[in-house]
Design a protein around this ligand. Structure first.
Ligand code: UDP
Length: 192
């Protein structure tokens, strides 16, 4: 169920469908990652083959920008409604809370992931955010060990794009989570 925009794949799942696929991935111990696609990324990927390969390597490319919806409409496609990065993150947090899955928040300035954790705990009863780490720790081993110490199953990575997507593909097999999502500046938005 993917549609191609100038060489970049986009899937047309809605929030509920994607959340249930992600929970299945966790059950099957399958590693998967989500990337948010907007017209700016599609344009950048025209001249940057490594970026295009990276975006297409994601398991789920969500149609974050309204421009993607309009482009799909123009070519008679099926991608009909936006799935934004931040709303997908919130949906995944709620589903994880219902199903007892453990979450880790990585990235952002010192204190920001902690502030987002506090806010998410207020908004989503039962959520288990088992750890956080800011995005300016440069020791790879410290990063990997900090994540694994808490045995999370879902991880959000906020290092900006495409740094966060490169981080995910380069580390997904070294850390315990099965589901990864690059979320850019979302912690700042959540913590207000
Ligand atoms: N960031 C980080 N470590 C770095 C560089 C950036 O954690 O080495 C964080 C930064 O604090 C910010 C996020 O990455 O929270 C980038 O957000 P931005 O809104 O620029 O990304 P976008 O949403 O545009 O991808």
């Amino acid at each position: 169920m993917k549609e191609n925009f100038l060489g970049v794949d986009v899937c047309n799942y809605d929030y509920d469908q994607l959340a249930s696929l992600l929970m299945q991935d966790i059950e099957h111990k399958k590693k998967s990652f989500i990337v948010a696609i907007n017209p700016e990324k599609i344009m950048k990927a025209q001249e940057d083959e490594a970026l295009r390969t990276l975006l297409n390597r994601a398991d789920y490319q969500i149609p974050d920008g309204i421009g993607v919806i309009l482009a799909s409409k123009l070519k008679g496609g099926q991608v009909k409604s936006r799935v934004t990065g931040i709303d997908m993150m919130l949906k995944l947090c709620k589903t994880a809370a219902e199903q007892g899955k453990r979450i880790f928040l990585y990235g952002g300035k010192p204190g920001v992931a902690d502030a987002a954790k506090t806010e998410l705990e207020k908004q989503i009863p039962g959520i288990q955010i088992v750890g956080t780490l800011h995005g300016y720790e440069k020791d790879e081993q410290v990063i990997v060990d900090t994540i694994n110490q808490h045995q999370p199953e879902i991880m959000f990575v906020a290092l900006g794009s495409p740094a966060q997507e490169y981080w995910i593909v380069n580390h997904m097999n070294q850390v315990t989570p099965f589901v990864f999502q690059g979320v850019g500046g979302s912690y700042d938005v959540i913590s207000g």
